[in-house]
Design a protein around this ligand. Structure first.
Ligand code: ZN
Length: 388
């Protein structure tokens, strides 16, 4: 247990005393269906958070988004410290699961482990951030205003919430993205960037028996392009290209007039983005099956989380504060993408994976270690209190 001053003790004690309420709110959020394309459900998660926050005296505002979940923004002022740049706590309310998943697999607890869709990724992080805002609204002590941003479309690349994330991060002195902590207890200090592409190839239909030579095969052209895309993989640079979806053709006995695929590019270094995107576009442009043409567009994108010296300093502070709570925390790199990349890319010192500990995200086995809720909240609270 922490051995800090009275204010630190008051705050960490209050968080510990609210564990049951944290779990109750988590249950409510997990049982609220909120796949990325289910706007009503993602907004219902916002309603639950807002209800809790407003009852705790935390002011909320909501930015309406037509196509995906609204952006919910909660603020805790810091009297006398208003001139300082805010501390930003971020999280996403959407999950990857199809509609009806919480009915099939509702929240449950077995032996201290919680299960259910999005329990770790990242409804527990949302709960933690909400309680952090609540405790500072109640007791004060933060050296800067706090902003909680709860967005609704991270799992599909944050197409509509990215501008809200970037605007808040640009203004923030520190950003904590409460994606799940790793089983080791580690947080995430680096992430790959990722781009999803949709590529379409056009050929010409013909009867593949009677008029074979009149046809131009889009499937053949796409097959050649797939080879070329995959050849761009450079594991040493941490650069991978995966064609994860293909489709095309009209019938087995028709020369295919159409084919398409989706490509997932991952890379580490921000400067690698330009050349590799150019290389993909070149492969798309240059068709080797005569008579075909092709086009490509970006349908989703995450920027890499690259640790700046300021982010390293923030991480070091977090690690020290977590140690005072009795947690041993290190930093690790993940090939998975997250909103923290957008925050880091605009220059905000950012630490990701500060949420409670869980694993097996995006699968039916996803779980959360319930006894990590309070200590992870306490570690973040101390970090907020002690920010210079
Ligand atoms: Zn997530």
């Amino acid at each position: 247990m922490p051995t800090g001053n009275a204010q630190e003790t008051r705050i960490t004690d209050w968080l510990a005393s609210r564990e049951g309420d944290m779990i109750a709110l988590l249950e409510k959020l997990v049982n609220t269906d909120s796949g990325s394309y289910d706007k009503a459900g993602v907004d219902a998660v916002a309603d639950h958070l807002r209800e809790f926050l407003e009852a705790e005296g935390v002011a909320c505002e909501q930015f309406a988004i037509d196509t995906h979940g609204d952006a919910l923004r909660a603020t805790v002022p810091a009297p006398g410290q208003g001139g300082n740049r805010p501390i930003l706590l971020m999280g996403h309310r959407d999950t990857v699961f199809p509609k009806g998943e919480p009915d099939r697999r509702p929240f449950r607890i077995d032996n201290g482990i919680a299960y259910g869709p999005g329990v770790a990724d990242m409804k527990a992080g949302l709960v933690m951030n909400a309680f952090l805002l609540a405790v500072f609204a109640r007791f004060g002590g933060a050296p800067a205003p706090m902003v909680g941003l709860f967005t609704g479309d991270e799992e599909i690349g944050s197409p509509t919430s990215r501008p809200y994330i970037e605007a808040e991060a640009r203004n923030a002195c520190a950003v904590f993205n409460s994606e799940p902590g790793r089983l080791s207890g580690n947080v995430v200090t680096g992430r790959k960037g990722g781009i999803f592409f949709h590529c379409e190839v056009t050929g010409k239909a013909a009867h593949s028996g009677a008029n074979f030579q009149d046809g131009v095969s889009a499937v053949e052209e796409l097959a050649r392009k797939i080879q070329a895309f995959h050849a761009l993989t450079d594991l040493e640079r941490g650069q991978t290209i995966n064609v994860g979806l293909i489709s095309g053709g009209q019938s087995v006995n028709t020369v295919a007039p159409h084919a398409e695929c989706q490509i997932d590019l991952r890379y580490v270094e921000p400067d690698d983005r330009g050349p590799i995107v150019d290389a993909i576009k070149r492969i798309v442009r240059e068709c080797s099956v005569e008579g075909t043409s092709a086009s490509v567009r970006i349908i989703g994108e995450f920027l890499p989380l690259k640790q700046s010296p300021q982010a390293k300093a923030l991480f070091d502070q977090y690690v020290g504060n977590a140690r005072d709570i009795g947690l041993s925390v290190g930093g690790e790199f993940s090939g998975g993408c997250a909103d923290s990349g957008f925050a880091a890319a605009v220059g905000a010192p950012t630490v990701c994976g500060t949420g409670p500990i869980g694993s097996k995200a995006h699968s039916p086995e996803e779980f959360l270690e319930l006894n990590s809720m309070v200590p992870r909240a306490q570690a973040l609270a101390l970090t907020v209190l002690r920010l210079a």
